[in-house]
Design a protein around this ligand. Sequence first.
Ligand code: CMP
Length: 138
Amino acid sequence: MSNRTFTMIKPDATRKGHTGAILQMINEAGFRIAAMKMTTLSKEKAGAFYAVHSERPFYGELVEFMSSGPITAAILEKENAVDDFRKLIGSTNPADAADGTIRKLFAASIGENAVHGSDSSENAILEGDFFFSKLEQF
Ligand code: CMP
């Protein structure tokens, strides 16, 4: 069951006005939007979402950044969604991202890297459920 992934368009990309262009790339890559909302994460919510990174040195910076402005959260559906989406967005560090990927085009740094993509189907479900009730997942 690896046909869904979860993404956020992060505050940096939102501030720079890249939301529409990123959604267009997601569409053109063949993903169906199964849920979507624009919202702002509180520090508490951002901290909880990234709790797995709480012991990492960049955790404070990550929580600060992810709560610094609006994000767009979405559940995306496609065959092989997790892997195909990670290919579409490129490496976590935009300096290492392949040409034509979302992070190569829109990300500034490893911290402000434009988009999030789930790293497994299990996490995609947990992350999607973090933002959307079952009634909001189509
Ligand atoms: P994301 O895919 O959202 O998952 C965890 C995030 O932590 C990652 O993208 C980066 O934005 C962030 N991150 C990872 N490594 C670093 C780092 N060295 N410095 C700052 N942020 C980082």
